[in-house]
Design a protein around this ligand. Structure first.
Ligand code: NAD
Ligand code: ZN
Length: 238
């Protein structure tokens, strides 16, 4: 599957003409930063996934070990061209919001300001007992809550946790108001994120390596590496 330059040019002209473009990103936008996604061949699901509320509550040491291992491997990752272009497009007033399923903080590292983190972030933590915020570093160093001594957890949404209501509501609003929704690097399997693009009556575009089940619901499909495709699209905009 290859993407023609005609399709990239078409996306560039839609972006230039859009009043409000919203971007929804998944794990695929960060694979070029060295962070594996979940469902591809080398994805994180191939190893045992401990991102469950029940594991946090009943097997804290296992949960902690899984997080520490991931943070040790990927905590220093840097944004790639795709993250940087999203930040640039926000500066140029093409992007009104980036809604992300990722917990890696790379959009902010690249300079994006209006980022809605649907699944939280591994860069913040809070106390499991009193709920007060704590530096993420304290969680990874296994230091207890500075207020009550309780155990800390990273502020990521685990399977079994509720999504942050306010962020979800704002994400739906952004999509409803958008006349262009660009999805980058998501298999669109995890609910409710996978439904967000279809709340827009505007155009929907997917940039992804692999086909997704919802492919027929898009106006334009660009297959390949997010970084490479976005660099070309960006050149067509200028
Ligand atoms: P997913 O793993 O289900 O799907 C990722 C998709 O990205 C795949 O369809 C794959 O074809 C595509 N992809 C991979 N590399 C790409 C590239 N270079 N360019 C374009 N496309 C590429 O991911 P998902 O839909 O985001 O769902 C996974 C869940 O796991 C999310 O909820 C997310 O919170 C979490 N997760 C986050 C991270 C992270 O923060 N970086 C990493 C792994 C998983
Ligand atoms: Zn506490």
């Amino acid at each position: 599957m290859l993407t023609s330059s005609h399709d990239k040019e078409r996306l560039a002209s839609w972006i230039k003409g859009a009043k409000s473009m919203v971007v929804l990103t998944g794990a695929g936008i960060s694979t070029e930063s060295g962070i594996p996604d979940f469902r591809s061949k080398n994805g994180l699901y191939q190893k045992q996934n401990a991102f469950y509320r029940s594991i946090l509550e009943n097997e804290y040491d296992r949960f902690y070990g899984f997080c520490k291992d991931l943070f040790g491997k990927y905590g220093d990752s840097q944004p790639n061209a795709a993250h940087e272009i999203m930040a640039k497009w926000e500066d140029e007033s093409y992007v009104s919001a980036v809604i992300t399923q990722n917990i890696d903080g790379l959009h902010q590292k690249a300079g994006s300001r209006n980022v809605l983190e649907l699944h939280g972030t591994m860069n913040r933590a809070s106390c499991m007992d009193c709920g007060k915020p704590a530096p993420a570093r304290d969680f990874y160093e296994k230091i207890g809550c500075q207020y009550c001594g309780g155990r800390l957890r990273p502020d990521i949404v685990l399977f079994g946790d509720q999504l942050p209501e306010d962020i979800l509501k704002r994400s739906f609003q952004y999509c409803q108001e958008a006349d262009l929704v660009l999805v980058i690097g998501s298999s669109l399997i995890v609910s409710p994120a996978c439904d967000l693009p279809f709340h827009s009556r505007g155009k929907k575009v997917l940039i992804n390596k692999d086909e997704v089940d919802k492919k027929n619901m898009f106006d334009l499909l660009l297959y390949g590496s997010a970084g490479d495709i976005l660099k070309d699209v960006d050149n067509f905009i200028e």
